[in-house]
Ligand binder design. Sequence first.
Ligand code: PLP
Ligand code: COI
Length: 367
Amino acid sequence: MAVNTASVEFALNPNANPMPEADRLKAFENLGFGTLFSDHMAVIRWNADRGWHDGEITARAPFAIDPAASVLHYAQEIFEGMKAYRTADGRAVLFRPEENARRFNESARRMAMPEIAEETFLEAIEKLVQIDAKWIPEGEGSLYLRPFMFASEAFLGVRPAKDYIFCVIASPVGPYFKGGAKPITIWSTEKFTRAAPGGTGAAKCGGNYAASLIAQAEAQAQGCDQVVFLDAAEHKWVEELGGMNVFFVMDDGSLVTPPLGGTILPGITRKSLITLARDKGLTVHERPYSFEDWKADAASGKLKEAFACGTAAVVAGIGTVKFPGGAFTINGGETGPVTQTLREALVSIQRGQSNDAHAWVKPISGV
Ligand code: PLP
Ligand code: COI
């Protein structure tokens, strides 16, 4: 579908009943992930006749959608995940937001949905962060931004819908994992796969996550934080976790991460860490790595560290891997030094504390 490149304005309709400051600050005292929401949302609609229209920044509120809306039946939905940070010198910044805009449109193409002009996507984010700037926690927290789009046409035939709603909501967050910075435990599922060649694995569509939930529930039942998926064809190659990409640190100091082949999400954190690792003179191989090698290399000491990475999770060391019939630990179950170094390099750029050599950080004006 053609991109509507006309720049679209977002009318400002401030929330008449924002959360009182004392309540907000109280809620900030114990931030988890994704349970608290800011006062506003950005909304814009699309139909075949008008393209993108009626953009507004308005009070966060439920949608009224028809029970026949196609998203409720055929799951035509995509989303993004990004964060706004409050820097020590008081700026509000985003990290590589144009990468999210680009990936959103790649997801839209895969799901036969309309693309949105990058400027409109970024405008929605910026305006929302401006109006809800006080919702960006200071210190280690951040304001998680969730742009998403869904098919709102009331129609039960199976074809791409003709009406869509794009929305951005914001959620102040602390650590994604309950254990905070502690290494995480991973469950390798035997029965379930996430994405097959030709499928939607590289798109950030809700359906991928729906399909992963049974395996994530299995992981939790095993006492693990996250599930790791192997490839669908051979059930041999490590792909990614339910909501994160994965890296391995070998004894020669090199890093290995599964290649982007259409079945995993092209993570922006993954891409950034590859650049930062290479900046530090480390070799990074984007190559297939089998679960059998993971197990054997952890036992022999050839594998030194493993970590998960993503916007929500940041960089999290993997301490233990469980699988049907066994388990193994990596680096004695501790977060390793390479993981730690890369995490610090990334976080210090995101939070405006170190030289941003690649110009990844985008300040938001006026807040
Ligand atoms: N893989 C999956 C399945 C994800 O949901 C995410 C999170 O967005 C990632 C990887 C990491 O992507 P990013 O670093 O762009 O957040
Ligand atoms: C993100 O990291 O932004 C995601 O979308 C992953 C999800 C598990 C929260």
